[in-house]
Design a protein around this ligand. Structure first.
Ligand code: SF4
Ligand code: SF4
Length: 467
C-alpha cells in the first residue's frame, strides 16, 4: 500500500448534534451497480424477515421459537433442545462460510446484508424522502423551527418509529404467535413481557438505525475488530488508486489537468459524502470500511461526468495493486471450504439419521417394587413421547427379548404433531421366574403407521430379595 494521503475534505460539512458526535449528512445515491446489487440482497431478506411469521404451515405458524414449550418450529420440522447439536453444526457452518466469504470478498456481509446496514439504509431512505438530500437536510437543521421543519421532522421520526415498531413486532412474532400478538396488542391484552420486548426492539432499532448508525460499526460491532485476520493479499477490498488519482484537485474545463500536475481525482468529496461510516477511502484501507461499494458508485458517476475512465475507486486486491495477479484458490480458503464441507457432511448425516421422535422411560423412584393383587412383582414407570413431526402418530410399547416380563398400562399412546404426551406403564413378573435383584430390560417404542419411527430404551427392573 502506498503512502497515506491526508484527507482533504473541506467541502464535507458537519453539524454538531449532541456535542460529542458529529452528525453525518450522507449524500443520497440513486444509481450505481453496487447500489443495485445491494437492493438484490436487501429486498428478499427484508421480505423474508417481515413475512415469514405470517405464513402458516400444517395449521401452525411456519417459524415459531416456542420457548415455554421448548419447541422450535422451522417450516415442516420441529426441533427440540435435544437437537442442539444440529444448531451447533449450523452455527459453525455459518461462521466458516462468513470467514470464507470475507477472505474472498472482504466485508461484504457488513456492506450488503448485516441488519445494522440494512435498517440504516431504510432509515436513510426515509430521511431522504421526508427531509430531502444532504444539502436540504443541512439547511433544515440550521433553520429555526417553523411549520415546515416540524412537519418534515415529524414525518421522519414518525416513519422511523413505525418501522421500529414493525421490526419489534415481527421479532417478537418469531417467539409468540404473531396473529394473537397483534390482536392482544390492539386490545391492550398483551402480556407485559411481549409489550416490553416489542418496545425494546422499537427503541433499539430507532436508536441504532436512526442515530448511532456508523457508530455501531465503528465502536460496538466485535466483528469489525477481527475481520482483518481473514484478509490476505488476494482479498477484494475497496481501494482508491492513488497513482491515478493524485494529485487531487479542482480543474478548469478544456485545460490539460495532467500538465498542471493533477491526477484524476477532482476532490469533489462525493466518495466521502456517500460513505455510511463516514471515512475517506482516499486515506487508505481502514478497518471501518464495510465494503459497501457506495464510494465506487459515487466516484464512477463523477468519472462518467468528467469523461474519465471508471475505476478510480474500485474493488481490487493488494496483489493487483502491486501489479501481480489475484489468486482465487489459496490454502486458507481451501481450508475454510474443507471445514465447511466436513461440517455440512456431519450435519446432513445427523439429519438423515435423526429419528423425529423422542421417548423416555423413567422408573418411579418412590416405589422400589411392589406385589400386586395377583401376587406378581410390579415396577411402575413414567413414559414420555415427543412427536417431532407435524402429523399425529400412535406409538406402541413392547418389551424386547424377555418373555417372562409383562408390560401393561399406557402401552399405546397417541401424540399429536409437535406435541409431548406422558403415560404410566407397569412391568410385572412372576416371582417364580426371577433369581436376581436387578434386570436390565429393553422397551421398544414404535409408531404404528411408520415403523421407522422407533426408539429402544433401556430401563431397569428391581426385584425383592430372593430367599
Ligand atoms: S468521488 Fe472520486 S473524484 Fe470525487 S473525491 Fe472521491 S475519489 Fe476524487
Ligand atoms: S469507504 Fe466506500 S466501501 Fe468503505 S464503507 Fe465507505 S462508502 Fe462503503
Amino acid at each position: 500500500m502506498g503512502e497515506r494521503i491526508p484527507a482533504k475534505n473541506e467541502e464535507t460539512l458537519y453539524v454538531d448534534l449532541a456535542g460529542d458526535h458529529d452528525k453525518v449528512y450522507n449524500r443520497h445515491l440513486s444509481n450505481g451497480k453496487f447500489l443495485k446489487l445491494r437492493r438484490l440482497f436487501v429486498w428478499p431478506l427484508l421480505l423474508a424477515y417481515f413475512l415469514t411469521p405470517w405464513l402458516n404451515l400444517m395449521e401452525r405458524q411456519s417459524v415459531l421459537f416456542d420457548l415455554p414449550e421448548r419447541k422450535f418450529h422451522i417450516f415442516w420440522v420441529t426441533f427440540y433442545p435435544q437437537d442442539g447439536i444440529l444448531l451447533a453444526f449450523l452455527l459453525i457452518i455459518s461462521a466458516f462460510t462468513l470467514f470464507a466469504v470475507t477472505n474472498v470478498f472482504g466485508r461484504v456481509w457488513c456492506g450488503f446484508t448485516c441488519p445494522q446496514t440494512v435498517w440504516t439504509q431504510i432509515f436513510m431512505w426515509l430521511e431522504y424522502k421526508t427531509e430531502g438530500d444532504r444539502g436540504k437536510r443541512m439547511k433544515l437543521d440550521k433553520m429555526p423551527w417553523n411549520v415546515e421543519k416540524v412537519a418534515r421532522k415529524g414525518a421522519k421520526h414518525g416513519s422511523w418509529i413505525l418501522v421500529g415498531f414493525l421490526t419489534g413486532l415481527t421479532f417478537v412474532g418469531y417467539f409468540t404467535p404473531i396473529r394473537e400478538l397483534v390482536v392482544d396488542l390492539a386490545t391492550f391484552n398483551a402480556a407485559p413481557s411481549a409489550v416490553f420486548w416489542v418496545m425494546f426492539f422499537l427503541v433499539a432499532t430507532y436508536a441504532n438505525a436512526g442515530f448511532l448508525r456508523e457508530q455501531v460499526c465503528k465502536y460496538m460491532c466485535p466483528y469489525a475488530r477481527f475481520q482483518s485476520v481473514m484478509y490476505d493479499a488476494n482479498t477484494l477490498v475497496v481501494t482508491y488508486n492513488e497513482q491515478r488519482g493524485e494529485k487531487r484537485g479542482p480543474r478548469k474545463p478544456k485545460v490539460d489537468y495532467r500538465e498542471q500536475g493533477l491526477g484524476d481525482c477532482i476532490d469533489c468529496t462525493w466518495c466521502v459524502q456517500v460513505c455510511p461510516v463516514d471515512i475517506d477511502i482516499r486515506d487508505g484501507l481502514q478497518y471501518e470500511c464495510i465494503n459497501c461499494g457506495l464510494c465506487v458508485d459515487a466516484c464512477d458517476s463523477i468519472m462518467d461526468k468528467m469523461g474519465y475512465e471508471r475505476g478510480l475507486i474500485s474493488f481490487t486486491t493488494e496483489n493487483n495493486i502491486a501489479g501481480g495477479k489475484t489468486k482465487f484458490l489459496r490454502p486458507r480458503l481451501i481450508g475454510y471450504v474443507f471445514f465447511i464441507l466436513l461440517m455440512a457432511g456431519a450435519l446432513v448425516t445427523t439429519l438423515v439419521q435423526r429419528v423425529p421422535m423422542e421417548a423416555d422411560i423413567e422408573r418411579d423412584r418412590n416405589v422400589m417394587h411392589r406385589i400386586n393383587n395377583a401376587g406378581q412383582i410390579e415396577n411402575p414407570y413414567r413414559v414420555k413421547i415427543v412427536n417431532m413431526l407435524g402429523d399425529t402418530h400412535r406409538y406402541e410399547l413392547r418389551i424386547l427379548d424377555n418373555d417372562q416380563f409383562i408390560l401393561s398400562g399406557d402401552t399405546s399412546i397417541e401424540v399429536e404433531g409437535g406435541d409431548v404426551k406422558e403415560g404410566i406403564i407397569l412391568i410385572t413378573v412372576d416371582p417364580a421366574d426371577i433369581n436376581r435383584l436387578r434386570y436390565d430390560i429393553e422397551v421398544e417404542v414404535r409408531a404404528i403407521e411408520d415403523p421407522s419411527l422407533v426408539k429402544i430404551i433401556e430401563t431397569r427392573f428391581m426385584a425383592p430379595q430372593v430367599r
